[in-house]
Ligand binder design. Structure first.
Ligand code: CP
Ligand code: NVA
Length: 308
């Protein structure tokens, strides 16, 4: 696999062989870190992280990840540089890439990350946009591989909002051959582009995507139940209406009872207990849930080691 110099913005920009290569490298790096090794693959390299939205996992996993690779991270928020106002994204990106070896960007508009990539001379990593969250899904694939021997035999049921995480799950699962079912309320369906892409990927990988409006239908026999917030960052004004629309899409005892008996529950986090997942259910699945969070670091270390 030679992907040095490439951006990591969309899973669909990569072949399945390249994504598998990243996962294999993540497995290797995780084992080394667990043995207490300090690595130097990114020695003297600097990652600049520019975030327009809050973050716990993404920030910690990238910062500690680049440290473990022998490099360092700088973190800047919108208020400090105000791209688009203080100076254009085009100029911001060109200045940034004079000083660092990689950019890691969390924005609202997906097109903004693409603009940084167009104008930057160093690789750009998508750390979440309103459209997608590819690093999250790479960590999810690694986690699923740790829990299930043959990922092509399992079914992942996503319950909730047709958001950025669902978009990337549709693309990622269909590429890796994981069967998927989704259940969303009317008006909050899977993004059309994600569904079309997934259907095309399924023809190659042999997996399937099923679309439902009833959570109970989607979750039947599932090996993985996946959910995410009903109100993503930037949608806060809609939170009250969303609580009403999504009330039948909570992961709880009634839902988990319909899954395969050896299922796990996943969530990209942060969780809103009493909304998309009830508090007792959350506590029963903390082992996979926090392993999933931890795996962010290893896949992102692999991405940085491979492209920067
Ligand atoms: N899952 C995830 O991306 O979490 P943060 O928003 O805290 O980074
Ligand atoms: N869908 C959520 C994911 C957070 C990691 C959001 O965009 O806020």
């Amino acid at each position: 696999m030679n992907i040095r110099g490439r951006d990591f913005i969309n899973l669909e920009d990569y072949t399945i062989e390249e994504l598998e290569g990243i996962i294999d490298l993540a497995v290797e790096l995780k084992a080394k870190i667990k043995r207490g090794e300090q690595l130097d693959i990114c020695r003297n390299k600097t990652l600049l992280m520019y975030f327009e939205k809050p973050s716990l996992r993404t920030r910690l996993s990238f910062e500690t990840g680049i440290n473990k690779l022998g490099g360092r991270a700088l973190f800047i928020t919108k208020g400090e540089i105000d791209p688009g106002k203080r100076e254009s994204i085009e100029d911001t990106a060109r200045v940034m890439s004079k000083f660092v070896d990689g950019l890691c960007i969390r924005t609202f508009a997906h097109e903004d990350v693409e603009r940084y990539a167009k104008w930057s001379n160093v690789p750009v990593i998508n750390a979440l946009t309103d459209k997608s969250h590819p690093c999250q899904i790479m960590a999810d694939i690694l986690t699923i591989k740790e829990y299930f021997k043959d990922i092509k035999k399992i079914k992942l049921a996503y319950i909730g909002d047709g958001n950025n995480v669902m978009y990337s799950l549709l693309v990622g699962c269909s590429m890796f051959g994981i069967n998927m079912s989704v259940a969303t309320p009317k008006g909050y369906e899977a993004p059309k582009e994600g569904l079309e892409l997934a259907n095309r990927n399924c023809e190659k990988s042999g997996s399937t995507v099923e679309v439902y409006t009833e959570a109970k239908e989607a979750v039947k026999g599932a090996n993985v139940i996946y959910t995410d917030t009903w109100t993503s960052m930037g949608q806060e004004a809609e939170a009250n209406i969303r609580r009403i629309v999504f009330k039948n899409y909570q992961v709880n005892d009634e839902i988990t009872a319909l899954a395969d008996k050896n299922h796990i529950v996943m969530h990209c986090l942060p969780a809103h207990k009493g909304e998309e997942i009830d508090a007792e259910t959350f506590e029963r699945y903390t082992e996979p849930l926090f392993n999933q969070a931890e795996n962010r670091r290893y896949v992102q270390m692999a991405i940085m080691a491979a492209i920067m």
